[in-house]
Each structure stands twice: as C-alpha cells, then as structure tokens.
Design a protein around this ligand. Structure first.
Ligand SMILES: Nc1nc2c(c(=O)[nH]1)N[C@H]1C(S)=C(S)[C@@H](COP(=O)(O)O)O[C@H]1N2
Ligand SMILES: [Mo]
Length: 552
C-alpha cells in the first residue's frame, strides 16, 4: 500500500513536474516580492564580488552607474547637484541598488506564474552590465562577463528556491480510513514561513557580505600609500613670489562660513567636480602620459619621466562653469608641474592641430585652443597642488591646469593623454551636452563676510574674493543698499592668474541691508550686471547678500 492510498492525501505536486509554482489560492505576494528582491541582492552581490576581483577598477555596478552618468549628465547634472550636492554620487549608487531591488521584487511576483520571466529579466540586466563595462575604460570586460554570468545564475537559482519556499506546501487534507471523520492536518504553514524568512534573510546577508567583499577588493589599489612616498621635485625656472599674507586686510580668513576665503584654498577645502562615480585610483607603475595626435614625434612619459622634467610652480584660480554667482565652485591653488609648451615642443605640433584635448584614464575629455598652451599664460601638466602630490580627488597623478579657462574645457584630471586634434569635428565631454566649446572664465566677485541676521552693529569688514584669471582684478567696488559704489582695498596677488581678496570697512547700522559687489578686470572691463545662468558658458551678474545688523 503506498502512502497516497493509505492516507488518501490530496497533496498536489509542487516540484519538477509542474511548469510553474502553484499560486492558485492566495498567492503570497509579499513573500514572492521579498524572494525577488533577495535573489536580486544575491545576483548583485555575486556580480560585485566577481567583478571586484579585477582589482582597483570599476565593478559591474560602477560601470552601470558610469554609463548612466555619461548618458544623463547633460540634463541631470544641475538638478542632481542641487538636490544632493557633493553626495550626488553615493545617492546615485544607492538609487541604482534600490531601483534594481524593486524591479527584482516585481520579477519575483510576476515570475511565479511565468517561468521564463526570471531568466530573461536577470539575463537582460546582466547584458546591461556587460555592455556598460565594455564602454567603461576602467572596467575589466572578462571580469564583468564572469561577474554578470555568475550573478545571473545565482540570482535565478536563488529566486527559484525562495519562491518555492514562499508559496509553501499546500494544505493537506487527510482522511484516515481507520477513523470516522476526516482530519485536517495543519499544513505547518508557520514552519514554512519560518523557513522562508530564514532563507531569505540568509540570502540577503550573503549578498551584503559578497557585495562588501567585492567593493573592498575593488578599492585595493589605493593611491594614498603611493602619494605618501612621493617627493615632488623642486620647481625651477620661476621665482616663486611669497604667498600674500592672509590677514593683511585685517579680516580673519578660513574655510568656514563667516570668514574671508584664504588666498590659497587648502586642498581638502577645494571644490571637487567631475563625472567619476568613484575617484580613479591610478596605479603609478603602469600609468603613462601619452602625447599623440597631430604631432611629428608622439611619445609617452612614465611618472618618473614626468617628474624628471623641469618643474614650475604657478598659482592659478580654477572655476567651474556651473558656479552660480556667489557660489563655492571656485578655488585658488599653487600648482607644480611641467609647462605644456615643453611637451608640445618635444612632440612637434603639426599644422591643423587647432585643439589640445586632454583625455583621462576614465575617458573624460576636455579640449581648448592649442594656442592657449603657448600664448604665455600658465598652462601646465600639474603633479602638485599646494606643495603636495595631487590628491586623488583632484587628479592624481597628473592633470591639466590652464589659466583663464573653465575647468570643463581645460582641467582634465587623471590625465592619460594629450591629443593634438583639429578644432572642428572633435568635441570634449561637455560640448554635446549643451555647454560652449570655448569658455574663458568670466570676471566675478563674491562677498564672503558678513553674512546672516546677527551682524553686530559698528565697524565690520565687508570682504570677499574677486577673479578674472588671465586679466587680473584691478578694482572691486561695494554698494550698501542704494548708496554710492565704494572702492574696496585689494589684497596682494602673485599674478593675474589668481583671485584677489578685497575688503571695505563698513559702519553697520541696525536693520536689514543689501550688500553688492562688482569687480573690474585688468583691461578695465567691469563685470556685467546682467544676470545669466551658468549654461552655456558661465553665470553673470553681481553678487549680493542681505544681512541684518543688530545692536550689541
Ligand atoms: N577626468 C576628469 N577631469 C575633469 C572633470 C571630469 O569630470 N573628469 N571635470 C572638470 C571640471 S567640470 C572641473 S570644474 C574641474 C574641477 O577640478 P577640481 O575637482 O580639482 O576642482 O575638473 C575638470 N576635470
Ligand atoms: Mo566644471
């Protein structure tokens, strides 16, 4: 007598025989969704682990995020930065994971009745990952393919197993022939549920550990160790003017709110703008700087080769084109490096090379007229920033710095190639995204102090910075309410390439006051009052602050 006959069970087969899970009664939708999310987490964790083993490069998720940035940075840059500030990149990573898990939950629910759905959905996601890795110079394609394949297998397998547990065994009604009445055995749904949540939790925990391990493996090559062993060569060729003393205007300087910006912006306070989801960690041993394109003698330099060339130190103010009037996306640093002209002479620039394009290890590009590298302005392959090797965030091991041009057309970080190109037909990263191809930095000025609604009455300084790199600042004027424009005292500068601190003593009287500032550059041009947005070639207008002065 077989068991079925003995017990008269009406148990339905739920395994291999049926094509899809039986979710005929009340499908445990929430549990299937959780199964989908947990399986997706496992897939992501395995993919991150395997692709992270390539070491130092972009994992699958980072490659996908990078291609997302490249695709949508045009329309999304401004709102993303406005919404998340410099946390926009972590926000993107978290957002990607959350959206993927949510999609996984949907696949978990819909896939219970459609066996083909999970393999198709996971497979499609894997292909997106591989395609992103192929397009990402910092991703390893073989590791990405292996990560995607194993991730898909792990995800589909986990989903199948968890879904089965999620649906559970159907209720078993048993009629024992030896008794008079049918007995309904509890189907032990509680045990099923416990088992399901146990395994789903284990899958989630495994995913977290695998993902974290993959990320840790990926960030193995960290440039901090390399940086700390580097001694920058002493700059030669120029005499370095002593740094204008901060405080010479009698105003406290510092990087916090309520202080005048120091003449030199400390590296850790220097604004950071780039498209890199993760700061590229460049391995010095294999890094080369190529000089190529329309040149007679293309060549390559190692880091040691670059340091062995004569170095100069130049102080240059760098600004982002996205800087709003009064904004913080501007800084002034002393850059150590090799003049671009040195490298161009060695390479021999050919006729028709109207554009110098900087290319970074992660594929970012920025181009400017080749003449800017030879017309006498500061134009460097910089290796040092304020006396230290370039910080990783600011382009270690080398970047371009060109006086008077916004960063997006000039200041390529993590530089890997200088390519001499025609002006027409070659566009840097931001040009097809709606930004001007030629972008000299506009004359601007900013009020740093005072600010807020508790300015003590009496004599207080109105002070800030003004810049017109390449032209220099010859005059700064301040207006209080509708009063006359008054000339501010100017700080000393090392050159016209840098910003200038300015200060006007003010006898502040209680009440609300509007303070305005405008600068005049070295050619006698006063910055325009007309307000324009940062796009396509830099914001204009006068910075104003409203403050409230209170009796002390
Ligand atoms: N490789 C790379 N270099 C880059 C960018 C980038 O996205 N990638 N952004 C540019 C822009 S838009 C600016 S404003 C400057 C900012 O330099 P910083 O981050 O050192 O202040 O870097 C430029 N160099
Ligand atoms: Mo920028």
């Amino acid at each position: 007598m077989d068991e079925g006959a003995h017990t008269g069970a009406t148990r339905e087969a739920t395994d291999a025989a049926t094509p899809a899970l039986d979710v005929s009664d009340h499908a445990p939708t929430a549990r299937l969704a959780l199964a989908g999310a947990a399986a997706t987490a496992v897939a992501l964790g395995v993919a991150e682990l395997v692709s992270g083993l390539s070491g130092g490069d972009h994992s699958l998720l980072t490659a996908v995020g990078t291609s997302f940035i490249d695709r949508f940075s045009g329309p999304l840059k401004e709102p993303a930065v406005r919404l998340f500030g410099t946390a926009d990149k972590p926000a993107l990573t978290i957002g990607m994971v959350v959206v993927t898990l949510a999609l996984g939950a949907v696949v978990g629910v819909l896939g219970a009745r459609r066996r083909w759905l999970a393999p198709v959905a996971f497979g499609a996601a894997g292909l997106v990952g591989v395609a992103s890795a192929v397009a990402d110079p910092l991703a390893s394609v073989p590791f990405a393919v292996a990560g995607a394949a194993l991730g898909v297998l792990a995800g589909v397998g986990t989903l199948r197993a968890l879904s089965r547990l999620a649906v559970g065994r159907p209720a078993v009604t048993t009629t024992r022939t030896v008794t008079e009445r049918p007995i309904e055995y509890p189907s032990d749904r509680r045990a099923d549920r416990r088992q399901f949540f146990g395994w789903a939790g284990a899958a989630g925990a495994f995913a977290l550990v695998a993902g974290a391990a993959g990320r840790a493996a990926g960030s193995r090559s960290n440039v901090e160790a390399a940086r700390s062993t580097i001694t920058l060569p002493r700059p030669t060729g120029t005499t370095i003017a002593p740094s204008p003393a901060d405080g010479m205007l009698g105003v406290e300087t510092g990087t916090g709110a309520g202080k005048l910006s120091p003449y030199l912006t400390p590296n850790d306070a220097f604004y950071r703008i780039d498209t890199a989801l993760l700061t590229p960690q460049v391995d010095l041993a294999s890094w080369r700087l190529k000089v190529a394109g329309l040149v007679d003698r293309p060549f390559e330099l190692s880091y040691a080769d670059l340091l062995a060339l004569p170095q100069v130190e130049e102080t240059v103010t760098l600004s982002c084109v996205s800087n709003e009037v009064g904004g913080e996306l501007v800084g002034n640093a002393a850059w150590t490096g090799v003049p671009l002209s040195t490298l161009l002479e060695r390479a021999g620039v050919q006729a028709g090379a109207g554009q110098l394009v900087g290319i970074s290890v992660d594929g970012f590009t920025a181009g400017f007229p080749t003449s800017a590298a030879t017309d006498g302005r500061v134009a460097l392959v910089a290796v040092g920033m304020n006396g230290e090797p370039l910080p990783a965030d600011h382009g270690f091991p080398a970047r371009l710095v060109v006086e008077g041009l916004y960063g997006y057309v000039s200041a390529t970080k993590w530089l890997s190639e200088i390519r001499l190109s025609p002006w027409e037909g070659v566009d840097g990263y931001w040009i097809p995204r709606g930004w001007a191809k030629e972008a000299p930095i506009k004359t601007q000025s900013r009020i740093d102090v005072p600010r807020g609604n508790a300015v003590p009455a009496g004599r207080v300084p109105i002070a800030g910075v003004a810049w017109a790199p390449g032209r220099g600042v010859s005059k700064v004027e301040v207006q209080v309410d509708d009063g006359p424009w008054q000339e501010a005292r100017l700080g000393e500068v090392r050159s016209d390439a840098t910003w200038r601190q300015w200060m006007l003593p003010w006898d502040a009287t209680p009440g609300r006051h509007r303070l305005r500032v405008r600068a005049t550059d070295g050619t006698g041009q006063t910055q325009t009052e007309a307000e324009s947005r940062p796009d396509p070639d830099g914001a204009t207008g006068w910075h104003e602050r409203t403050v409230t002065v209170v009796e002390t």
